[in-house]
Write a protein that binds this ligand. Structure first.
Ligand code: COA
Ligand code: AMP
Length: 631
């Protein structure tokens, strides 16, 4: 089957296309209906089917004779550890950790929050939840206690699983105090917190609800897989929306397993026994889908890397891992490639390693800019594939195919829509479908394919309002772009107040809520300004209250610290400027898009709705004092 045949069939007869793909998954009970789209925008995939996600990721490979094969390679330059875990060993640990959770009262439908660094226990805890039919919610380690508390209150976990610390290059970050603070702030309190003690720091476990992970795991009884409905939730993953309140994206079990398994074969060309590496973090969707679930569904070997592209110890780190573990495909963010390029522009470090097994570099998280694309392609002499996706979708919306049909690459394009995604470019003002090369809002005609979010956690209303109501009959991706005359999709950036900082999705609205709490601040705005390493970084604009006499540099320092404390270091909020007023429309809407263009030194047209055009000049002058607005 070529791409066009697959794409057509997936849209004209989704039942045939996905029903066939579902044969690669092991079911406890076959589905009654592949697709139930009778209640749009709500969709149910594989209705009536029963399966267990952990069984498909672990047990089945042992039963099929691959028990001795390596399932996970934990490569941690920050602790100088390399540990190889076979499918047999993984099964043993996951069964025991599931037993440990079960003994704590966790069962089907309960929620468990996981706040972990990149260690095998992170992956084991996710699989253990799946084994019990419990719903995990992993929170990225770089988020501060307040962000963690918001997620605790929304997911209402029975148990929280964490570790004594994370390691950021050489900095040890104790997690337990952060967790304690989060639980202190949150209204919901978990029954128990289970802490994995790492060697470099031992957490204080004297609190009423604190338990030592290894003590419990050692004495736990192994537990088997609990079959769940295909439509039952597997996990909740919070992602940034346009306000400070994150969206709890829900993932089902059945559609997720089917689509991810399909994607491994057809997009990444990975089969059983291949070594695959997603250099991300389990706290992000890339980590959920491509560090944990998809490679394990496939019976491949996945790499769990606790390190950075540079500094652990040098810009050859990625090439060392690829060479040492015979990696066939690497998936990372363009920012990681830019970080390597900055420190090793001529690829001197690459020359030290044999990359014979390496076939493809996949990039996502932000658009791969043509400069990064050409640099990586010249250096690696292999295809560099940009593919576009979101937390909401769990797998690519657009991309190229190493296992179906490979298209010539156009720099700056995410190539073709994936099967199942009926992609349309709509006019933002009237929702009319646009033609080739016309810029608009990228939408997907319903129904969404398997693995896409069925709803938001406990919030059908927000699900409909955020994604489905703006253009009835379509899912609004939140990204803008165009399709060229050959059908190539160009994703040019968010059309809302979400920004991507070093491949991390953040809400400018959330940062504004933090800045607004400062006693000297009358109003504020945050935009995503261009950054040649991280793609974008947040830039704050602050108007002070009348009569404030506090030193201005001091105010900015406090604002930077507040964002770090409330959201986390990962926000990378380091720059803000004090201005007399913000540019607004006559109806009072802040013109963030125009401010961003001024900051980036881009050409801009003065919006016809602006209240007072003179303010734009003032903004430009203020920005020049901190090194922005350079034409
Ligand atoms: N726990 C605690 N703190 C964390 C953290 C974690 N898990 N992850 C990041 N941070 C901290 C960093 O230490 C840094 O702190 P600092 O301000 O004190 O220096 C801050 O958050 C910002 O982190 P980051 O944006 O990652 O910047 P960096 O300078 O440390 O590294 C890159 C830059 C490009 C090397 C790095 O961002 C990277 O490897 N990016 C790849 C991103 C990726 O894989 N994204 C997933 C989507 S595919
Ligand atoms: P996240 O939900 O964290 O995966 O972030 C999703 C957002 O990242 C998308 O809505 C896009 O704005 C951006 N993004 C991810 N991959 C790409 C890509 N290949 N090209 C352009 N934007 C991307």
């Amino acid at each position: 089957m070529n791409y066009l045949e697959a794409y057509r069939e997936s849209l004209e007869s989704p039942e045939t296309f996905w029903g066939r793909a579902a044969n690669d998954i092991s079911w406890d009970r076959k589905w009654d209906q592949v697709l139930d789209a009778s209640n749009l925008p709500f969709v149910q995939w594989f209705k009536g089917g029963m399966l267990n996600t952990c069984y498909n990721a672990v047990d089945r490979h042992v039963e099929e004779g691959r028990g001795d094969q390596i399932a996970v390679i934990y490569d941690s330059p920050v602790t100088e550890t390399i540990e190889k875990i076979s499918y047999n060993a993984l099964l043993e640990r996951v069964s025991k950790v599931a037993g440990m959770l079960s003994a704590l009262g966790v069962g089907k439908g309960d929620t468990v929050l996981i706040y972990m660094p990149m260690i095998p226990e992170a992956l084991v805890s996710m699989l253990a939840c799946a084994r019990l039919g419990a719903i995990h919610s992993v929170v990225f380690g770089g988020f501060a206690p307040r962000e963690l508390a918001v997620r605790i209150d929304d997911a209402r976990p029975k148990v929280i699983m964490s570790a004594s610390c994370g390691i950021e290059v050489k900095r040890i970050i104790p997690y337990k105090p952060l967790l304690d603070e989060a639980i202190e702030i949150s209204t919901h309190k978990p029954d128990k917190t289970v802490i994995y003690q790492r060697e470099m720091i031992k957490a204080d476990l004297s609190g009423d609800r604190d338990l030592d992970w290894m003590e419990l795991e050692t004495s736990a009884a192994s537990t088997g897989c609990v079959p769940v409905a295909a439509t039952d939730p597997l996990y909740i993953l919070y992602t940034s929306g346009t306000t400070g309140k994150p969206k709890g994206v829900v993932r089902d079990n059945g559609g997720h397993a089917v689509a991810l398994r399909w994607s491994m074969k057809h997009i990444y060309n990975i089969g059983p026994g291949d070594v695959y590496w997603a250099a991300s973090d389990v706290g992000w969707v890339v980590g959920h889908s491509y560090i944990v679930y998809a490679p394990l569904f496939t019976g491949a070997t996945t790499i769990l890397y606790e390190g950075k592209p540079v500094g652990t110890p040098d810009p050859g780190a990625f090439w060392r891992v690829i060479s040492e573990h015979k990696v066939k495909a690497l998936f990372t963010a363009p920012t990681a490639i830019r970080a390597i390029k900055r420190e090793d522009p001529n690829g001197v470090f690459l020359k030290k390693y044999d990359l014979a097994n390496f076939e493809t570099l996949f990039l996502a998280g932000e658009r791969t800019d043509p400069d990064t694309y050409y640099w990586a392609t010249d250096l690696l002499q292999r295809p560099v594939i940009d593919h576009w996706w979101q937390t909401e979708t769990a797998w690519a919306i657009c991309g190229n195919f190493r296992g179906l049909e490979f298209f010539d690459i156009k720099a700056g394009s995410a190539t073709m829509p994936m099967p199942g995604y009926n992609l349309k470019i709509l006019d933002a003002s009237d929702g009319k479908e646009l033609g080739p090369n016309e810029n608009g809002v990228i939408c997907v005609k319903l129904p969404l394919p398997p693995a896409n979010l069925p709803t938001l956690w406990n919030d059908d209303k927000r699900f409909v309002e955020s994604y489905m109501a703006p253009f009835p009959g379509y899912y609004l991706t939140g990204d803008g772009g165009y399709v060229d005359e050959d059908g190539y999709v160009f994703v040019m950036g968010r059309i809302d107040d979400v920004i991507n900082v070093a491949g991390h999705r953040l809400s400018t609205g959330g940062m504004e809520e933090v800045l607004a709490k400062h006693p000297a601040v009358a109003e504020c705005a945050v935009v995503g300004a261009y950054d040649n390493l991280k793609g974008q970084v947040p830039l704050g604009f602050v108007v002070l209250k009348a009569g404030v006499s506090q030193d201005r540099d001091e105010i900015i320092k406090e604002l930077v610290q507040m964002v770090r404390t409330d959201i986390g270091a990962v926000a990378s909020f380091k720059k803000a400027v004090i201005v007399d007023r913000l540019p607004k429309t006559r109806s009072g809407k802040v013109l963030r898009g125009t401010m961003r263009k001024i900051a980036d030194g881009e050409e801009f047209s003065v919006p016809s709705t602006i209240d007072d055009p003179a303010v734009l000049k003032e903004i430009g002058v203020a920005l020049k004092t901190i090194g922005y607005a350079v034409e």
